[in-house]
Design a protein around this ligand. Structure first.
Ligand code: UGA
Length: 445
């Protein structure tokens, strides 16, 4: 059992802290935002993540998990301090390390015994070295602070499962002592530990995320070509997936990747490499494909609708993927903005993300609590997220409820056979067009 302090109660920090308590460590989570700590004291997670509330309650009641704004006390005698604060994107695409350096300064002012600072936040290559030098320079007491890199690979929506059953734990260390400390902390998880130097560990994180982003952009590029040449991306990716070298994951075509990680980490690595005088052409291409892909549905809809002014437009799903209430870099946002700017009456449904969407568009959009209400009398329907509730929705109801059943599906939620049976006008990504009976004369795209 070790005494661990975690800085940051977002997806990375909070989930890590809770899971480390669950396997037996004594964990204190620190965050400067009082409202978050107050919620956590009531065993309520400030982020939507399955299983998290229950584990917070269980471990807080067992006196293994604590929450505080008082960083001085929390850092003073910790064996390990894990940093899981955000590293958002600067205007130019580089990583913003303000939160990280704030925490580093606080640690240097507070630690009263030697400790290992573990950086989980995604940071540009070389940041761990700089952080160690910065803390050693600013440390107040006569103690040694060593830094280790330990990138995080959890996904939102499955974060607890991903942490408890991680495919691997990557540690970037510069001493045996740091390695031993991290091996002891992770011992209860019984997961493969891969150790390397700090710069390589920092790079593993970017390379993994950027590879997955590239895989998605590649599939979207092929999907766009499928539309042009009359192939079906579902069949193509299915055919590819049986090759174990390709695999069947991250082959889903759609309106592009969003979220707090892929958009930011592709741009950050691209920026970093350019700074070093190297152009990372593959990552650059992934970014460019994704930028265009976001507006793929609008481009399609323009063929049937010269303008959206005065039309009732149903929007189903707004989060960047299913299973989360997060809207960061969600393709829905620029699309809804475009619809509103053109004078559309937007009626929106999302099972979890509507409350957050309301913070961005408080009054301009009508928020509906069911799919039926959103599509009632609508002229067009756009689908931006593959929520199960949306995928399970009977297609015949689009035909029944909408004024005209024009469906533009950015996540390929329905099979073409179903769409044909339901007699709707249906456009998706990388698949042949389906026209409803009264539209049969429409030219196939
Ligand atoms: C991603 C990585 O998957 C995690 O391993 C990583 O730890 C995390 O970023 C991070 O850096 O913190 P996450 O952003 O939660 O996790 O979401 P993903 O499930 O990877 O999805 C990202 C985006 O790609 C979503 O918008 C999703 O709709 C899109 N996507 C995913 C596709 O368009 N097609 C696919 O086949 C898969």
């Amino acid at each position: 059992m070790m005494h661990i302090t975690v800085a940051g109660t977002g997806y990375v920090g909070l989930v890590t802290g809770v899971c480390l308590a669950e396997v037996g460590h004594i964990v204190t989570c620190v965050d400067p935002i009082q409202e978050k700590i107050e919620l956590l004291h009531k065993n309520i997670s400030p982020i939507y993540e399955p299983r998290l509330d229950g584990l917070i309650r269980k471990n807080a009641e067992a006196k293994k998990l604590f929450f505080t704004c008082d960083y001085k006390k929390a850092y003073a005698n910790a064996d390990i301090i894990i940093i899981g604060v955000g590293t958002p994107e600067n205007e130019d695409g580089s990583a913003n390390l303000t939160f990280l350096y704030t925490v580093a300064r606080e640690i240097a002012q507070s630690v009263e015994k030697d400790c290992l600072v573990v950086i989980k936040s995604t940071v540009p290559i070389g940041t761990n070295d700089k952080m160690e030098a910065f803390m050693q320079k600013n440390v107040v007491n006569d103690v040694k602070i060593e830094v280790a890199s330990n990138p995080e690979f959890l996904s939102q929506g499955t974060a607890v499962h991903d942490t408890m059953h991680a495919s691997r734990i990557v540690i970037g260390i510069e001493s045996d002592r740091a390695k031993q400390t991290l091996m002891e902390m992770y011992e209860p998880f019984q997961q493969p530990i891969i150790s390397m130097n700090r710069r390589s560990a920092e790079m593993v994180k970017y390379a993994s995320n950027d590879f997955l982003a590239l895989k998605i952009s590649f599939v979207n590029d092929i999907a766009n070509l499928c539309e042009v040449v009359g192939a079906n991306i579902d069949d193509v990716t299915n055919g590819m997936s049986y090759d174990s070298r390709i695999g069947n994951k991250f082959l889903q075509a759609g309106i592009g990747y969003g979220g707090s990680c892929f958009p930011k980490d592709t741009k950050a690595l691209h920026w970093l490499s350019e700074e070093e005088g190297y152009v990372l052409r593959t990552v650059k291409a992934a970014i460019e494909v994704n930028e265009k892909q976001k507006f793929k549905l609008m481009k399609k809809a323009r063929k049937e609708f010269a303008s959206f002014a005065g039309l009732k437009v149903a929007v189903l799903g707004v989060t960047f993927k299913a299973g989360t209430d997060d809207l960061r870099e969600a393709p829905s946002i620029p699309n809804v903005r475009l619809l509103l700017n053109e004078g559309a009456n937007v009626h929106l449904y999302d099972p979890i993300g509507a409350a957050n969407f309301k913070k961005i568009f408080p009054t301009q959009v009508t928020y509906e609590s069911t799919i039926e209400e959103a599509i009632e009398n609508a002229d067009i329907c756009f689908i931006f997220t593959e929520w199960k509730k949306i995928k399970d929705f009977p297609l015949s109801l689009f035909r029944e409820k909408m004024a005209s059943p024009y469906i533009y599906d950015g996540r390929n939620c329905y099979s073409l056979a179903e769409a044909q049976k339901a007699d709707i006008f249906y456009r998706s990504i990388g698949r042949p067009a389906v026209n409803h009976v009264s539209e049969k004369e429409t030219v196939e795209i």
